[in-house]
Design a protein around this ligand. Structure first.
Ligand SMILES: NC(=O)C1=CN([C@@H]2O[C@H](COP(=O)(O)OP(=O)(O)OC[C@H]3O[C@@H](n4cnc5c(N)ncnc54)[C@H](OP(=O)(O)O)[C@@H]3O)[C@@H](O)[C@H]2O)C=CC1
Ligand SMILES: O=C(CO)COP(=O)(O)O
Length: 329
């Protein structure tokens, strides 16, 4: 039986877009990979590599590259893989090229600043004819591109659409679980990036493995409280896209968010490499949304205060440790 989604568009030729294009190709799909920079796209098509964002990885033969969004018009589904704050602009430009009802799967992890909207809400506004979906979970682009075993969650309001997309993109090394808890999946990815900055700070300050574990557990309590306040299901928050991704991102400097925290914790200032760290862009809106709903998120608040320059690291750690004793749950 032919796959329901046989041609996949990938919008965004960064690390994650390139890795997902290769994963879709590995799953047997025809893939169109779009990048905004025509010169870079042409060089990628010639070299079959993406040296700027995913060095050392060869692009699969079934990937066609284009710098024109019109090339996406024949796609059965599209993955939107640009940073969270660029998603509205790019989805808006993509909209006229899609057939009505085409699933658009946002793969960004963040919350839109200014509107406080989650990624599929941004999609619904910017690309109103599309069927919004979200892909998220513990998955470094380099691991997926290398074919290392990875498992993520793909959610759409219609479980059948989520299952069809998971089937189209999955392979033995890239496992996709389907879900209809769209909100739960998008909250996990957005919140864990902010908490990973705190974990990096703990690492950079050499506070010890015990403190690192405490940070993950108390950070997860914050993620759960926020998720529940915004309608996420517990089983999603404790799954791949919530706890799973929190553990990954809080555990290694391979994460750009953790690396940013590491740099702050070592008093080296904000990340010198200039790499994307979505948590730094999400922290303020996450904290504002939590406050508006009466959700207590002291770790996320401390990260936001440090990033905004209202608190130094010692003050932030001191105020977390000085919080009144309370029941764990
Ligand atoms: N890398 C990873 O391991 C994972 C990343 N993600 C998420 O995926 C999203 C993208 O991250 P990632 O691919 O790693 O980031 P990268 O920095 O590697 O790439 C970002 C890509 O988006 C493009 N881009 C940026 N702004 C715009 C814009 N305004 N219009 C069009 N294109 C734009 C960039 O283009 P240009 O090259 O021209 O600057 C680049 O190709 C993030 O939300 C991230 O959290 C999720 C899971 C894993
Ligand atoms: O989301 C990711 C892994 O699941 C990637 O994390 P970073 O953006 O922190 O590198």
């Amino acid at each position: 039986m032919p796959a329901r989604f046989s041609t996949i568009g990938v919008v965004g030729a960064g690390a994650w877009g390139t890795a997902l294009a290769n994963a879709a190709a590995r799953a047997g799909r025809e893939v169109v990979l779009w990048g905004r920079d025509a010169e870079a796209v042409e060089a990628m098509a010639r070299s079959r590599t993406n040296p700027a964002h995913l060095p050392g990885v060869r692009l699969a033969d079934s990937i066609t590259l284009s710098a024109s969004l019109a090339a996406l018009s024949g796609c059965d589904a599209v993955l939107l893989v640009v940073p969270a704050q660029a998603s509205r602009e790019v989805a808006h430009a993509l909209a006229p090229h899609l057939a009505a009802g085409t699933p658009v799967v946002t793969c960004a992890k963040g919350i839109e600043r200014g509107t406080s909207l989650f990624m599929t809400q941004v999609l619904a506004e910017a690309c109103p004819g599309a069927t919004p979906a979200i892909l998220s979970g513990p998955s470094f682009a380099a691991d997926v591109a290398a074919g290392l075993p990875t498992a993520v969650t793909l959610a759409a309001r219609d479980l059948g659409v989520a299952e069809g997309l998971a089937t189209a993109l999955g392979s033995s090394s890239f496992r996709l679980y389907h879900s209809d808890d769209v909100r739960g999946v998008e909250i996990g990815g957005a919140a864990k990036n902010v908490l990973a900055i705190a974990a990096g700070i703990v690492g950079g300050r050499q506070l010890g493995a015990s403190a690192g574990a405490a940070l993950i557990a108390r950070g997860f309590a914050e993620l759960m409280r926020f998720g529940k306040a915004f309608g996420a299901r517990t089983e999603t928050l404790t799954g791949l896209s919530g706890l799973g991704d929190l553990i990954l991102t809080c555990s290694t400097a391979q994460s750009r968010n953790y690396a940013l925290g590491l740099s702050l914790g070592r008093n080296e200032g904000l990340h010198p490499t200039g790499k994307l760290a979505e948590g730094a862009l999400t922290a303020a809106v996450l904290v504002a949304m939590a406050q508006a709903r009466g959700v207590d998120m002291p770790i996320a608040r401390a990260v936001e205060a440090v990033l905004a320059g209202r608190s130094d690291i010692e003050q932030a750690i001191g105020s977390l440790l000085a919080r009144p004793q309370k029941a764990e749950a």
